[in-house]
Design a binder for this molecule. Structure first.
Ligand code: ZN
Length: 135
């Protein structure tokens, strides 16, 4: 699978602007981009912490994945994303090793990365994203 580092940690938030204020004014980090991912029904804000990013996720619709997560669990850590060489290959390898997948093949995520999710039922409760720059 060849994981090189933790690419980002995804955090579900109620209100993107309020959360950005906390990350900037209290933690002293700088939001470098805000991006809407329409098919995921989210608005995202990114911060760089060393080589790892923090991805804040605000739902744009209560029936989207983040909207449902917040209704069920409230704000908090939503997923961890590992950087791999090739997301589709890494998904295939995980499946061969008995992991249940949410995505069979990579799709486009925020920051134009190729992303795919492993099912938390197979990952000890942690929603796990794999991402890569190339297919
Ligand atoms: Zn993510």
């Amino acid at each position: 699978m060849n994981i090189s580092h933790i690419e980002h940690i995804g955090i579900a938030v109620d209100n993107l602007e309020e959360s950005i204020l906390y990350f900037e004014q209290v933690l002293g980090l700088k939001c470098y981009t805000i991006e809407e991912v329409v098919d995921q029904k989210v608005r995202t804000a990114f911060f760089l912490v060393g080589t790892t990013k923090i991805e804040l996720l605000e739902s744009t619709s209560s029936d989207g994945p983040i909207g449902k997560f917040i209704t069920k669990k409230g704000q908090g850590i939503h997923h961890i994303a590992f950087a791999v060489d090739n997301t589709t290959e890494a998904l295939k390898k995980a499946e061969e090793r008995g992991v249940k997948l949410i995505d069979k093949v990579a799709r486009k995520g925020a920051e134009n990365l190729n992303i795919g999710f492993l099912h938390p039922k197979s990952t000890h409760g942690v929603l796990t994203e794999l991402c890569s720059k190339q297919k």
